[in-house]
Write a protein that binds this ligand. Structure first.
Ligand SMILES: Nc1ncnc2c1ncn2[C@@H]1O[C@H](COP(=O)(O)OP(=O)(O)OP(=O)(O)O)[C@@H](O)[C@H]1O
Length: 389
């Protein structure tokens, strides 16, 4: 969908911004470009919509060399979101959002109706925020308008240059989550520039880690974190990359343990081994019974401790760990969202550790930084059977 073929850019003053860049963004894929300031991310992005022309090489969008496409035509197919959103200050939010469709010839009424839909899509209330002027919005709300406006012409391609860079971390995380939810619906081909590795791994289907003017590694987030290709990448992703991997490793069924399960109305058979999980009538987690009480037998309802905290299969391990810590529990109940949120098993710290190891084991090692250990992560062939438990 977007393809760079041996692209280099040298600015007039001799600065070499990018050097022999080749990579591809598939249709519907979100690729994040991450790297330190001045490494050429923005230059890369601007060559897609011809704000910058390559010195050599080609950039293709939808199979066509952009050098041969009229820039105005080209930009109609490419939404562009930047940090300083660039909203028109004297137009309302609704009019700002409707501008592009109107320029493209959509009638005013239809363009405004579409703009209202888009505002809703990005989490703004068109009747409340639509009539306001940009200065009457918070920074986070302005960024949402920027995204809505970029989507207004329904372009297949979106370029986003640090779109959430100017808002505080809390709002930023919310915008990221909203954007991910939005992207799962609209499935645009997205090139997303950031200097924040956390943001890059959270959003990207794949990440391009930039060194000076070139890509050091282009891989899925879990691979970049689990098996950095070079010392440079390892340094850039940080010593806590193991922790970061928690955020990008989904909780899978093979990670679960299956303790004894009872219904609230059941009677405990004395001598059973616990701990046990207690489900309600709908098969959803209701509580648990500690091992020593399971052994005692008796009525489930007399022994059960309430705990309905749960995490859906497919959630990041980080979410499961956070819940485990919040409830000060040695495990957390896991439910299957594809089966009416019914109980699927429990995740324990040991299983969580194994899940992380599994994700590394599958991907390690790649290129040989000096410290790479060919073959396996520490203990990957250790005591626990990595298969179904
Ligand atoms: N118009 C220009 N003329 C000359 N040099 C430029 C121009 N634009 C960018 N550069 C230089 O090209 C290099 C890459 O810049 P670019 O903006 O692509 O980096 P970046 O990775 O996006 O950085 P940041 O994260 O700080 O925005 C830098 O050394 C920059 O100073």
């Amino acid at each position: 969908m977007i393809r760079f073929e041996h692209v280099s850019k040298r600015y007039a003053d001799g600065t070499s911004a990018v050097d022999d860049l080749s990579f591809e963004v598939a249709e519907g894929e979100l690729v994040t470009l991450v790297g330190p300031s001045g490494c050429g991310k923005t230059t890369t992005m601007k060559m897609v919509n011809r704000l910058v022309e390559p010195t050599s090489g080609r950039v293709l969008v939808e199979g066509r060399d952009v050098a041969g496409v009229d820039p105005v035509q080209l930009r109609r197919r490419i939404g562009y979101v930047i940090q300083q959103v660039g909203l028109f200050p004297h137009r309302t939010v609704l009019d700002n959002t409707a501008t592009v469709p109107q320029l493209l010839g959509t009638g005013r009424a239809r363009a405004r109706a579409r703009a209202a839909e888009l505002l809703e899509l990005v989490g703004l209330d068109p009747s409340v925020h639509g009539p306001r002027y940009p200065e009457q919005l918070s920074g986070g709300q302005r960024q949402r308008v920027g995204v809505a406006r970029a989507l207004a012409a329904d372009p297949p391609v979106l370029l986003m240059d640090e779109p959430f860079g100017a808002v505080d971390p809390v709002v930023r995380e919310r915008l990221q989550n909203e954007f991910l939810a939005l992207q799962s619906r609209v499935r645009k081909t997205v090139l997303f520039v950031t200097h924040d590795i956390e943001e890059a791994v959270r959003l990207g289907d794949r990440i391009a880690v930039y060194g000076q003017g070139r890509i050091e590694q282009f891989d899925a987030p879990a691979t970049v974190l689990g098996a950095p290709a070079t010392e440079y990448v390892a340094g850039f992703v940080g010593a806590d990359r193991g922790l970061k991997r928690l955020a990008v490793t989904p909780l899978a069924r093979v990670d679960l343990e299956h303790p004894a399960v009872f219904q609230v109305g059941d009677r405990l058979p004395g001598g059973a081994e616990g701990p046990a999980v207690v489900l309600d009538g709908a098969g959803q987690p209701y509580g648990w019974i500690p091992a020593e009480e399971v052994r005692l037998g008796g009525e489930v309802r007399d022994r059960v401790r309430r705990m309905d905290a749960r995490v859906p299969l497919g959630s990041p391990l980080k979410q499961a760990l956070a819940l485990m810590l919040r409830h000060d529990a040695g495990w957390i109940a896991v439910v299957d969202p594809e089966d009416g949120d019914r109980f699927a098993g429990v995740l324990t710290p040991a299983r969580l550790h194994r899940a992380l190891r599994r994700s590394v084991g599958a991907q390690e090692p790649t290129a040989g930084a000096g410290s790479a250990r060919p073959g396996s992560a520490p203990g990957a062939a250790g005591a626990e059977d990595p298969g179904r438990g």
